[in-house]
Design a protein around this ligand. Structure first.
Ligand code: BES
Ligand code: MN
Ligand code: ZN
Length: 498
């Protein structure tokens, strides 16, 4: 089902259809909703109090339209104490509204976006409501050929009516692109692995060209020439050739160094010769969530014409067991020249990132590199599904990301790095080994990647817990969350656009 379509118009009551109104603590109504109540002889207010509806945050109430109006129904959504709402709550509010409308099988609705305390809802908040509604109504049902009639999804048209709608419309112009970026990331993560080969992934990146993103695709031959033995070692057991995609958005000043985002794109991770157990292996189609996020982010930045120079890069491979696959005990040479002893072929993401990071710092001299990867099961043990693990050589970058996380609800939690952990991946036979064992598994994974950042300020986000098999929230009912697109869009907007 295509996600909800959002539009903004000036404040006023629709005459027909489904109406959504907001109600604060104590069931207080805003001026337009109070107008409807008055016009219908107080029936709306009576129905609300008869249902003992108190206006608690995100509580919902479905009512038949009051007599004397031509509306079909009125849905009331609780706002709690509007002065207590945090920034991300406006996005969640949009999600709650779209969720309720979805249950009501409404294909169109009007929302009176007004606060009962008379303070104006600002343009950014209004755009966030739209974004939340858009993301909540997303589903991935491309491969369902038999849709039952009663669940036939209808795409939702939501008209948001408010004071200051012109500014809201403008803010939505930028926010919609961010929503599309999240949708792109979710689609890529959900797509089955037979369909989404590395080549197909690269092809989908190509679609960003129409927004003015420059796309550069490296093939196996190119990567061999560059000496990317770490990435190629992972890919060599697969019948489907790897790709390295570089996406460039140069919206900043010419003299400004680019910033860079790098994603792990393992389209399927069997574990290779160190094969994974069968139970749940199908989830490993999502092992490219980092690359999906980078792709969605580039869409978001380009579509809102971000004033920043940004490089997005993804290493896209498949990790398969095969006669040609790499073995534990193999030693490969990375593009950096460092040799790597393969202990476990299932620690493949860091091998892919090693060569992509080295390539990006060598070719583009970025101000920083930030990588995202579904890197370790251990990060789920440490943090669960609500925070991504953050590792960084820069306190400044870590702080900026933490703030963007609070603002967007895509939260991160910093974990340590240090020489003691680094020792755990020294190898008896080569410069480094690709696994430090069970203890501190997420940290040793990060320490490994750090050795390939060549002292460029660097951040690693371990999104194994947040990027796939995601928890259900107000703004996502999807297995694929599209995690990180909103976080990084915000991080760029707040810190790198002038
Ligand atoms: N893709 C997995 C990590 C993962 C696990 C992602 C669960 C999402 C959910 C990664 O390639 C992996 O297999 N990591 C190993 C590393 C170990 C062999 C050092 C792990 O976490 O067990
Ligand atoms: Mn693996
Ligand atoms: Zn993996």
């Amino acid at each position: 089902m295509p996600p909800a379509q959002i539009s903004y118009q000036k404040s006023g009551l629709p005459e027909t259809g489904t109406l959504v109104v907001l109600s604060g603590d104590g069931a207080a109504l805003g001026p337009a909703a109070a107008g409807l109540d008055a016009a219908t002889g107080g029936t709306l207010g009576r129905a609300i109090s008869a249902a003992a509806f108190k206006g608690k945050l995100f509580a919902t109430l479905d009512l038949l339209a009051p007599a004397g109006s031509l509306l079909d129904r009125v849905i009331v959504i609780g706002l709690g104490k509007p002065e207590d709402l945090k920034e991300f709550d406006w996005t969640r509010l949009g999600g709650v509204i779209a969720g309720r409308l979805g249950e009501a099988k409404a294909s169109a609705a009007a929302l009176l976006l007004e606060r009962p305390d008379g303070i104006a809802v600002d343009a950014d908040q209004a755009a966030d409501v739209g974004l939340g509604a858009m993301l909540r109504s997303y589903t991935f049902d491309r491969y369902k050929t038999k849709k039952k009639d009663d669940e036939a999804p209808k795409s939702l048209k939501l008209t948001i009516s408010m004071d200051g709608h012109a500014a809201a419309k403008k803010a939505w112009g930028a926010r919609e692109g961010v929503g599309e970026g999240v949708v792109i990331a979710r689609d890529l993560v959900s797509e089955p692995p037979n369909v989404l080969s590395p080549e197909e992934f690269a092809k989908r990146c190509k679609a960003l060209e129409k927004l003015g993103v420059e796309i550069d695709i490296l093939t196996e031959k190119d990567m061999k020439k560059l000496g990317m033995g770490a990435l190629l070692g992972v890919s060599q057991g697969s019948a489907r050739p790897p790709r390295l995609v570089v996406m460039k958005w140069m919206g900043g000043k010419e003299k400004d160094k680019p910033i860079s985002f790098i994603g792990k794109g393992v389209v399927f991770d069997t574990g290779g010769i160190s094969i994974k157990p069968a139970q749940g292996m199908e989830d490993m189609k999502g092992d490219m969530a980092g690359a999906a996020c980078v792709t969605g982010l580039m869409h978001a930045l380009a579509s809102r014409k971000a004033k920043a120079n940004v490089i997005g890069a993804i290493g896209v491979v498949e990790n398969m067991p095969d006669g040609a696959a790499q073995r534990p005990g193999d030693i490969v040479t990375s593009m950096s020249g460092q040799t790597i002893e393969i202990i476990n072929t299932d620690a493949e993401g860091r091998l892919v990132l090693a060569d992509v990071l080295w390539y990006i710092q060598d070719r583009y001299k970025p101000e920083f590199m930030l990588d995202l990867a579904t890197l370790t099961g251990a990060v789920l043990v440490a943090l669960g599904k609500t925070h991504a693990g953050l590792f960084s050589t820069s306190d400044d970058l870590a702080d900026k990301l933490s703030k963007a996380g609070q603002a967007t609800g895509e939260t991160v939690w910093r974990l340590p790095l240090g020489p003691e952990y680094d020792k755990m991946i020294d190898s008896q036979w080569a410069d480094v080994k690709n696994s430090g064992g069970r203890y501190a598994g997420s940290i040793t994974g990060a320490q490994f990647i750090k050795r390939f950042a060549n002292d460029v300020p660097w951040v690693h986000l371990d999104i194994a817990g947040t990027g796939m098999d995601a928890p259900q929230t107000e703004i996502s009912k999807s297995w694929a969350s599209g995690w990180g697109v909103r976080l990084l869009d915000r991080f760029v907007k707040d810190n790198y656009e002038g």
